[in-house]
Design a protein around this ligand. Sequence first.
Ligand code: 6R9
Length: 694
Amino acid sequence: MADMGFRNVIASMDPLANSRKIPLLNATAIGESADTQDDHLIIPDHQFSSRACISSHDQYLEMYNRSIDDPSGFWSDIAASEFFWKQKWDQKVYSENLDVRRGEIKIEWFKGGITNICYNCLDRNIEAGLGQKVALYWEGNEPGFDSSLTYTHLLNKVCQLASFLKANGVRKGDAVVIYMPMLMELPIAMLACARIGAIHSVVFGGFSSESLAQRIIDCKPKIVITCNAVKRGSKVILLKDIVDVALTDSAQNGVSVATCLTYENESALKRESTKWKEGRDIWWQDAVSTYPTTCTVEWVDAEDPLFLLYTSGSTGKPKGVLHTTGGYMVYTATTFKYAFDYKPTDVYWCTADCGWITGHSYVTYGPLLNGASVVVFEGAPNYPDPGRCWDIVDKYTVTIFYTAPTLVRSLMREGNEHVTRYSRKSLRVLGSVGEPINPSAWRWFFDVVGESRCPISDTWWQTETGGFMITPLPGAWPQKPGSATFPFFGVQPILVDEKGNELKGECSGYLCLKSSWPSAFRTLYNDQERYETTYFKPFPGYYFTGDGCTRDKDGYYWLTGRVDDVINVSGHRIGTAEVESALVSHPQCAEAAVVGIEHEVKGQGIYAFVTLVDGVSYSEELRKSLILAVRNQIGAFAAPDKIHWAPGLPKTRSGKIMRRILRKIASKQLDEVGDTSTLADPDVVHHLISLADR
Ligand code: 6R9
């Protein structure tokens, strides 16, 4: 099989492998499991490498070293040669203060540069001759439902919506909330906002009305853009009903939204059956098409906000991560190009929803900035059967396929025949994101899906980082299954111990970043204090990622999972505190403590310990209604997998819940519960164990 592309080279077993898995304080189960490190080297195929953007580790090192020694020169060369600027940035390419001891945290890139990201995605590419190239291929939930838009068509649609928004009072700097499924209208809405300098805030369509209301109240949008309903698999979800409740809720909290633009998704629900509020609600199809297909660009400063995206932290309130324009544009485009070895002939498909950062940076902006053809898929990847993904790959001759480990694991369980009955010969590069990919899933993805021919870009990054931070560059160096390998240009990862001392060489520690990069988030919306406290105070001088990480003897980075109270379910970030607060809002729940447990498909599952109010007894009915409380308050994806009735919780004398103990009980590692002597009531632990399977 030597000519299959990549070769497996078995490296010697590493005697230090176990000692490297040093459990971190608060480390989640996933980081400690056996299936986390695989030291086999997968050597890139010579032919692939010779045609790759970066063809060797030496070439990477040369560019990487320059990006660290001369960030201004490195990034300004890329920014000037590959993007359109109405006016060049000020003398200084960037300025930063990441050290709380030196005052306010501040990051700026290309300040004074005047540009527009929508112009760079569309007009610039059309001027370069890509007008007739397909920008978006849309594949509906039902096989056979599809359409596409060329770059010119896409520009026309974006301009019509941008014109509508302007006519309805949306101005530069105003927020617009977008709550939509994966229709082409979702990236269209994002681009239309960007064109007129409005700040979009996309809310994932799986969030409940309460979560949506919370976000609307926080960012006070001029307009909400939604869709009446969506079919996912065989289920119809009435999105507009959810928006109605959220808008009533936010109005009661002093935030009234004047306009709700609603797209009629006919295949899911006819307009006659959609609840309607005259005066506020407008049908997209009726209104937007009456506007001109041109719309002048609002030129903005590189540091003007582009979007707000709410993400989970370790307290109940979601954080409004703010990204600005210029640096985000340069960085998402550059990472897309190198980490996927992008070529103009590629057809790219990322399965993420635009409601998450991956959909922002690598469904919409990064690929379109590169003039790529992008597949947008509305449906569920296992509908009507587990072969759907490969059916789509063959249909559009997808060359780059980017997804999450949770999908890889769930398809892996369905059996290889769902994969092998499709050709997949177009595939060239595979990608993974959202959580650590365990070596067995990596190998299945590599061997079965990619037929040992396609390198896997296991991209580590975050909502906050805007773009890839640690990622393989396909063809440039050998891969190790489960390792995100090396830092991208300009990124300086360091590992520190509890006291913030930098650890050198082979080690495990808390992952921090030393300097800023162009797409770093600039603040948390209306909460600079929380921004500094969460990310810059834990280890002064550095940005703290919240992740644990190991660096091996060859310098490869292995992400081991979150070290804070954030869990990662199917690649979705959920704060344990958010789930706890949803549980305790239930009138019969007195107290709740939530931990993540290892889950075969989802990566992590949600395990909730609940204490009921006095006199209430635990029942199946109550269990269901507790889960319902979480579904209603956050969304179905945050529903606990297990409710564990807890007459008492293990607390220290000062009242702190000892989650370490709860994690051990939840994962049935009872002999590792450890020292319970500091508990106010050590008996609680035995009691909890005895109730484990009820
Ligand atoms: C892009 C995204 C961020 C958290 C991050 C980490 C985990 C993401 C990963 C990964 C290991 C990878 N994570 N990619 N862990 N390997 N390739 O997912 O953003 O939703 O903000 O989540 O996801 O724990 O801190 P976000």
